[in-house]
Design a protein around this ligand. Structure first.
Ligand code: ATP
Ligand code: MG
Length: 261
């Protein structure tokens, strides 16, 4: 048994143990159950068998919709493993508006697990397209069911800080960089991030990484321009708070959409 399989076996046994205890500790049970339900375990096994993941370490971030783990492949490269949590109706409601109306996902089933899988594949695809357009994002490596594997941004299992925690040393330059990334995403990849803010930009030794591309929509999405304006507005507000002068949201927005063919 590899180190990871042992760990894995431990989690599985603990999970069973908890079942037997008839959910004495409702919350703790919930956590294991939520992340490592059967299909998730199977998907993780697949990723291990395919040689994509070798070892899983601790959780580095817990959001409402996903947990991110630090892992390594057999070469020792650091990976970020984002596991989308079991579907809640809230989750379903919050994501469906991003998928609906996107021609790339026209024939999707409304089945919830399937939606999560699509959500995960959508983030993978968006990351690929963003990279191809010259936007700095964590390189996506693989996805399986509700699990997305990407390059780890940070050192020794510690994620790089978000710009809201460690603002860029040169805000003026950073603002220009983020605007350029928005522009490349829209004009080359034809996608709008739709959840862009200081909460989804990492600062890794002054290199900015745009993360969390699950919500991104194609520019033909009915709300794409509304999302674009909001993204720009979040970025402008954040950088103005850092003390720089910027053009107005409206100017930036108008100039950009004029360039869309
Ligand atoms: N590639 C990565 N490398 C290192 N850490 C990462 C990576 N991707 C995400 N993280 C960490 O996980 C956190 C959550 O990731 P992300 O924003 O993609 O998920 P989320 O579901 O939106 O979570 P939240 O609700 O907290 O925003 C990030 O703020 C970051 O700390
Ligand atoms: Mg996020």
């Amino acid at each position: 048994m590899s180190y990871f399989e042992e760990d894995f076996e431990k989690v599985r046994r603990r999970d069973e143990e908890r079942r037997r205890k008839r959910r004495k500790d409702e919350d703790a049970f919930e956590i294991v159950e939520e992340v490592f339900d059967r299909p998730t375990l199977m998907a993780l096994y697949d990723l291990i068998n395919d040689g994509i993941i070798d070892r899983m370490f601790g959780v580095v971030a817990t959001g409402k919709e996903a947990r991110v783990y630090w892992a390594k492949n057999s070469r020792g490269d650091d990976l970020a493993v984002k596991i989308f949590l079991k579907e809640t109706s809230d989750f379903r409601r919050s994501i469906i508006k991003y998928i609906d109306g996107d021609p790339r996902f026209a024939r999707m089933r409304r089945d919830i697990r399937h939606i999560i899988k699509i959500w995960c594949s959508k983030e993978f695809k968006n990351l690929k397209e963003a990279i191809a357009a010259g936007v700095r994002v964590p390189e996506p490596i693989a996805f399986r069911e509700n699990i997305l594997v990407m390059k780890f941004i940070g050192d020794d299992g510690v994620p790089a800080p978000l710009i809201r925690e460690v603002p860029p040393g040169d805000p003026e330059e950073a603002f220009g960089t983020v605007l350029e990334y928005i522009k490349r995403a829209v004009l080359k990849a034809k996608i709008v991030h739709a959840d862009l803010s200081e909460y989804n930009i990492m600062n890794w030794n002054e290199e900015l990484y745009i993360i969390d591309w699950g919500s991104a929509v194609h520019i033909t999405h009915p709300q794409a321009l509304e999302f674009l304006r909001r993204d720009i507005s979040n970025i402008v507000n954040f950088f103005r708070k850092l003390g720089i002068e910027t053009p107005s949201v409206e100017d930036i927005y108008k100039r950009l959409i004029r360039e869309i063919p």
